[in-house]
Design a protein around this ligand. Structure first.
Ligand SMILES: Cc1cc2nc3c(=O)[nH]c(=O)nc-3n(C[C@H](O)[C@H](O)[C@H](O)COP(=O)(O)OP(=O)(O)OC[C@H]3O[C@@H](n4cnc5c(N)ncnc54)[C@H](O)[C@@H]3O)c2cc1C
Length: 500
């Protein structure tokens, strides 16, 4: 092939592109500014604990499988996937009764029925719909590059669109099935994964429930970073060169064509094609000159960003009772919680939060007899938080966990604590407004309305990652890599590729 591809950033989209293009025979070089590869799927070790810094839910295993097959590999040769049981536990504020989801329709329908008579049958109907939507989305929508409005508003979307509830909002859709606030929350919380709220997300995203309820929740033994190790291994096996601690300073555009990059060190690397996996806002407004930008500063100012996060990585001196691998605490005032994130940005007063305890499943992530906790509170992006406020908020969240998850004395058992939030996301990943996830999945930022994966100003400049289609999520970013591959090769199909 002998064509040179430079990839900026080693997030999942960047590594995915490296695997695909290297496998096809391109000469691939990846430049990553951080010491670690993997982008937001980062990792660090401290005091004998190994913390996955970002993703922890391995969902939609079929999409990962598809990607691995496409590059001639098998998931099971790289990852030891554990099916979590229960899939997750939900604690409702001021309610002694927690709820487990098992991803087993008989058990989950019984759980729903006990809370709301008739809800068991409703769950079955809901999940049938989610499965159908997932199937249509993965077979006909998610693997397609949208070029014109007619690509999106074609006959299929217009006919399926009504059935798929593309045009109504998630909360309204869920409310048609379930009456109690509790069950509505259970079906809506996944919108946070997409960086949006159930009041804004198109109902189409009820396909998310197919993942956690029907397909199940998995964990790669060793930690989520095993996925990054696997992608790096596959890229390198096919000849890609991965360079860490190597920031790109400029995309060189000559005569309207991307011809390489200039590294921070001053080194110029020539290429036939440049693919940027760095945050789209950063790529467009910091790596390109004004005349070379497809999307201006003004464009970005008008975007809706997904939340940032207030995260704590905690090393706990003993095993904790009553928790499982994935735990969620839901706020009582659901709408107010989303308003604190989107409408009236502030540290949420009564937040919903997520507590991951991988050491429940995996004894390699914590010293013996200890617990590794990852605590995440979704908060508004661009929020300015002083160091004192961070400490005070951390204490408040821990008190909340002690009370709601029945973990008395938790604060006294913490032997390691690191807080990670808005300013860290901005510094570590060049993330616009310090968002944890990037562009939110509102209707106006979905499919045809999301930024394109190619530059309209510079030939041979492409984009991958959560900022382009299909959007946020580890497996979804792998699809973005496939879409970049399709774009470069003029492949216009809507279906997943079967070979390169
Ligand atoms: C806290 C958290 C929890 C999450 N949980 C889940 C989950 O459970 N399941 C799931 O599927 N998804 C989850 N996600 C979402 C998922 O992790 C992301 O959507 C995905 O990893 C983003 O990948 P990306 O390809 O967009 O690249 P990014 O991760 O954004 O990486 C881009 C890379 O580009 C590099 N870069 C930037 N500028 C330069 C430059 N100038 N030169 C060189 N390199 C540069 C950055 O350092 C970074 O490494 C989570 C995300 C976060 C933050």
């Amino acid at each position: 092939m002998n064509k040179k591809v430079v990839i900026i950033g080693s997030g999942i989209g960047g590594l995915g592109a490296a695997c695909l293009f290297a496998k096809k025979g391109y000469e691939v070089a990846v430049f990553e500014k951080n010491d670690n590869f993997g982008g937001r799927a980062n990792i660090f070790e401290a005091n004998g604990f190994r913390f996955d810094m970002g993703p922890s839910w391995y969902l939609a295993p079929d999409i990962f499988e598809h990607f691995f097959n496409l590059v001639g590999e098998k998931v099971e040769d790289h990852l030891d996937l554990v099916t979590l049981q229960p899939s997750y536990r939900i604690f409702f504020r001021n309610d002694p009764q927690s709820l487990d989801i098992h991803s087993d329709i008989e058990r989950d329908a019984a759980t729903f029925e006990a809370i709301e008579p008739g809800a068991g049958e409703q769950l079955r109907a809901y999940l049938k719909q989610s499965e159908y939507q997932y199937k249509v989305a993965t077979e006909h929508f998610m693997f397609k590059n949208y070029d014109t409005i007619f690509d999106f508003f074609n006959r299929r979307v217009m006919t399926e669109g009504q059935k798929l509830s593309v045009f109504s909002k998630m909360h309204k859709f869920v409310s048609r099935f379930f009456k109690t606030e509790k069950l509505r929350q259970v079906m809506e919380y996944t919108m946070v994964f997409l960086g949006t709220s159930p009041y804004e997300a198109p109902a189409l995203y009820n396909l998310m429930s197919h993942m956690d309820f029907n397909q199940g929740v998995f964990y790669p033994r060793g930690g989520f970073y095993e996925l990054i190790n696997a992608l790096c291994r596959i890229a390198e096996k096919n000849g890609a060169v991965l360079r860490n601690s190597c920031a790109v300073d400029e995309i060189i555009v000559e005569n309207g064509k991307a011809s390489g990059v200039r590294l921070e060190s001053g080194e110029v690397v020539e290429a036939d094609m440049v693919i940027s996996n760095a945050d789209m806002w950063f790529t467009e407004t910091r790596l390109l000159k004004k005349k070379e930008r497809t999307y201006s500063e003004r464009y970005w100012r008008k975007r809706v960003m997904a939340p940032s996060a207030f995260i704590m990585y905690l090393g706990v001196s003993e095993k904790l009772q009553g928790i499982t691998h994935h735990n969620l605490i839901f706020s009582e005032d659901w709408r107010k919680n989303f308003d604190d994130i989107y409408k009236d940005p502030q540290l949420p007063i009564e937040p919903s939060l997520y507590v991951c305890a991988p050491s429940v499943t995996d004894n390699t992530v914590a010293p013996e007899g200890k617990e590794n906790l990852f605590v995440l509170v979704p908060i508004a992006s661009d929020l300015k938080i002083s160091e004192d406020e961070k400490e005070a908020y951390a204490d408040r969240i821990l008190a909340e966990m002690e009370r709601e998850m029945k973990l008395p004395g938790l604060r006294q058992k913490i032997e390691y604590k690191r807080i990670y939030t808005v300013d860290n996301f901005a510094a570590d990943y060049h993330s616009f407004k310090g968002s944890a996830l990037g562009l939110a999945h509102t209707l106006r930022q979905t499919a045809i309305f999301r930024p394109k994966n190619y530059s309209k100003k510079a030939k041979d400049l492409f984009y991958v990652g959560a900022g382009v289609n299909p959007g946020i999520g580890t497996q979804i970013c792998l699809i973005s890599a496939e879409l970049a591959y399709k774009r470069v090769h003029g492949i216009k199909t809507a279906e997943p590729m079967t070979e390169l």
